[in-house]
Design a protein around this ligand. Sequence first.
Ligand code: NUP
Length: 216
Amino acid sequence: MMPKNSRLIVALDVTERDLAIKIAKKVADTVDAIKVNYPLVLATDLSIVDDLSDFAPVICDFKVADIPSTNSLIVKTVLKHKASGIIVHGIVGKDSVEACVSTASGKLEVFVLTEMSHPGALEYLAAFGETLARLAVDVGADGVVAPATRPESVSAIRKVVGSLKIISPGVGAQGGSASAAIKAGADYVIVGRQIYNSNEPDKEAKKIADEIKTAL
Ligand code: NUP
């Protein structure tokens, strides 16, 4: 599973296989994991997960949000590839998240979304952030996703989840800071555009990793 060294996860939201692999190679020494999302997987296919797993553990950010039976089918399909984790929505309810956790059966870490990092999360999701964090604990998930854009929410969610892993997106392009998220209790920060849009993704990743080290 994921090491806990740099505490940095790169979000590889590029839409070309070659470019994804090129960036993965450059940042492999620095990041603890690579997160893939629909932009890359829909532009390529699930074998990109296998390709990227040569460089770092891969988290599939598929925001699984369906009825339990469909959720199980999605997790089963991901299990055929070399993924180390999957991100699922909690807002659809306990049975749907339980289906993910039981199908993953310890072979895939399950992370439950709480409050998301974008401004629109304040309209609906934020009201349920801590409730969703509690749900993650109750169903035996491995961790939660909490917003680096609102470190105070990360702190509140840390109090609920105890030792569960918190992975935290929203650093850089969305305005959040890596050190603030780590100080608030995140185990890992997730950074996409700030790294993959840089001319020197390796240097950018190292810079963020240094910032995290200083914050610890
Ligand atoms: O709350 C969330 N916020 C968020 O940005 C949950 C996520 N899964 N993400 C994802 O993290 C988002 O879809 C993207 O893949 C990554 C952040 O990328 P960036 O804003 O650093 O470019």
